[in-house]
Design a protein around this ligand. Structure first.
Ligand code: F6R
Length: 245
């Protein structure tokens, strides 16, 4: 795993944007899995700008959803689907046939996990995953203690995720369960980019990068990825004792 510490959130976002644009330039039919959330928001705006100004077409690639809140409809502004639709898919002109996200309203959540796993297999795996880090060290909704070999699965959300997740919703919202790709998908991806920004994530990032590699802190598994990179801004890297990995 490589570690890159960037000056600030803007520089970090530019680097994430470069990862995505460069993949599409070299491999227009790539399969991408990109997190929702506050951390990648600016990177996606930069991707949309670069695609527009550089005439880069995203018409051949495929997007796989990383995760979703169970029971939250896609038109709820707090859903992952809504976030990606408004911040990435609509600005890039992505057609619905290119998007495979979890239906978090289905009564057959296990079938939904199998459906998404099958799509990933048919596509030959994921070329690029970009994941954020939760305040409890989760990636996607892989919560502390998750088995490392799981693919898509349904999960009871951790108390931290339930409370921190309220920030995405206008009104207080019951967040009990999530549906998510698993750590196996993450480890099998051909390129994994983990991003974190800001002082509030500094303590968990220290555990992710300098504590034991353990699914107690799921994001620490990035250190076992053969082509993984962690990108942080200076504020987020402030508690690291070793800045060179
Ligand atoms: C969202 C997701 C979550 C977030 C994480 C960090 O699709 O998978 O794991 O990446 O909770 O969220 P932010 O970026 O809002 O701090």
């Amino acid at each position: 795993m490589l570690l890159r510490i960037l000056k600030d959130y803007e520089t970090l976002s530019q680097e994430v944007c470069k990862e995505i644009i460069s993949l599409i330039q070299h491999q227009p039919a790539a399969t991408l899995c990109l997190a929702a959330g506050d951390t990648p928001r600016l990177a996606y705006a930069l991707v949309a700008d670069s695609a527009r100004s550089g005439g880069i077409s995203f018409s051949q690639c495929t997007f796989i959803g990383l995760d979703e809140w169970v029971g939250i409809p896609p038109d709820n502004p707090g859903s992952c689907r809504y976030f990606l639709e408004t911040n990435l898919f609509a600005p890039l002109g992505i057609s619905s046939s290119q998007i495979h996200m979890f239906d978090a309203l289905t009564h057959d959540l296990s079938g939904e996990c199998l459906r998404i796993d099958a799509i990933i297999s048919e596509k030959g795996g994921i070329d690029l995953m970009v994941v954020g880090v939760g305040m409890n060290g989760h990636i996607g909704f892989n919560e502390p203690g998750v088995p490392v070999d799981l693919r898509a699965h349904v999960v009871e959300l951790d108390a931290t995720t339930r409370s921190v997740g309220q920030k995405y919703f206008q009104n207080k919202t019951e967040l009990d369960r999530g549906i998510t790709l698993g750590l196996r998908h993450f480890l099998d991806s051909r390129r994994a980019v983990l991003i974190a920004s800001g002082a509030k994530k500094a303590p968990i990032i220290r555990q992710v990068l300098e504590g034991p590699v353990s699914t107690i802190v799921p994001a620490s598994i990035i250190r076992r990825h053969s082509n993984g990179i962690a990108m942080l801004d200076e504020e987020c890297a402030a508690q690291l004792s070793n800045r060179h990995t």
